[in-house]
Design a protein around this ligand. Sequence first.
Ligand SMILES: [Cu+2]
Length: 119
Amino acid sequence: MDKIIVALTSIGGIAFVYWFFLMKKEEEAVVVNASSIDITVKGGYSPNVISIPKGKKTVLNFIRKDSSSCLEEVVLGDFRIRRTLPLNKKIAVAVTPEKTGEFDYACGMNMFHGKIIVT
Ligand SMILES: [Cu+2]
């Protein structure tokens, strides 16, 4: 009986470590070296954290594959951009950041979030 408990505890521990690192990985920024990047909108934004250079124009191509109306608008407050995203269409949003830092963006209701890190 004791052995079973020990085994279950260690399995739980391993599962926790996996979960922890996978969750952390999700927050890791995708470094954009090209002049554009595709961001899939489906139950959130993927990739949800991107890193782009300051003073250079980068085009974010939002492709919405989620029919929920929650995600039909994207708001990049720091860049004063609000765009409607039709389903299955590529909507290009160009940003030329003048400041370094972290800039959050969200859906129209502020429920799903993404982040742009300017370096
Ligand atoms: Cu929403």
